[in-house]
Design a binder for this molecule. Structure first.
Ligand code: ADP
Length: 195
């Protein structure tokens, strides 16, 4: 059976986590959020968590190989799933290439990358607002928020081109109610998949 694999793409604060929850319920997918996985490692005090935290606290990316190995482990743990939603991954072209190789092995490619479009000023506002309650150190300081957005523009945005070249890219307006944005995403998924 063919799995439905989706990348949810977008800058920090675009609403990927919120929309992931709705997509998972609707399409019965397994969530792979590399940010959540690292935060779990940090909470459990693992070696990987300690290593990742040094980068996360500064708003920098965790080195590719650490991320890729962690995702590989998650893919094999969940090999019977009906599909994956990748949230916050891939964040570099190198990670996107590695993901394609991992999915090639099981002959289940990415169906579509959905990009949430939100203007930069709104992202900053949302992240600093979230920082008041999330307890995330990377949301609580304007300089770190700015670093994350710059890192996104320099290192992650090229991933959009990578998927555009494969005709697997769809932009969605990330401004509006949660339900309206979800409706736009569902439509984009439907037009790229056979379900
Ligand atoms: P946000 O999208 O709000 O930045 P995430 O939870 O996706 O939040 O990521 C938080 C941090 O975790 C990032 O700033 C980065 O340090 C690290 N991280 C998460 N995913 C990756 C990844 N795929 N590659 C490198 N670092 C990552």
């Amino acid at each position: 059976m063919n799995k439905l694999n989706i990348v949810l793409f977008g800058p920090p604060g675009a609403g990927k986590g919120t929309q992931s929850e709705l997509i998972i319920k609707e399409f019965n997918l397994t969530h792979i959020s590399t940010g959540d996985l690292f935060r779990k490692h940090i909470g459990e005090g693992t070696e990987l968590g300690k290593e990742a935290q040094r980068y996360m606290d500064e708003g920098e990316l965790v080195p590719d190989q650490l991320v890729i190995d962690m995702v590989e482990a998650k893919l094999s743990e969940n090999h019977t799933t009906t599909g994956f939603i990748f949230d916050g991954f891939p964040r570099t072209v190198n990670q996107a290439e590695a993901l394609d190789k991992l999915l090639d092995r099981v002959s289940n490619p990415i169906a579509v990358t959905i990009a949430l479009e939100v203007p930069e000023e709104e992202l900053k506002r949302r992240l600093l607002e979230r920082g008041k309650t999330s307890g995330r150190p990377d949301d609580q300081n304007e300089e770190k928020v700015n670093t994350r957005i710059s890192v996104y523009l320099a290192e992650t945005l090229p991933v959009a081109t990578y998927y555009k070249e494969q005709s697997k890219f769809s932009s969605v307006d990330g401004i509006g109610s949660i339900e309206d944005i979800f409706a736009r995403i569902s439509q984009a998924i439907a037009s790229h998949s056979t379900i």
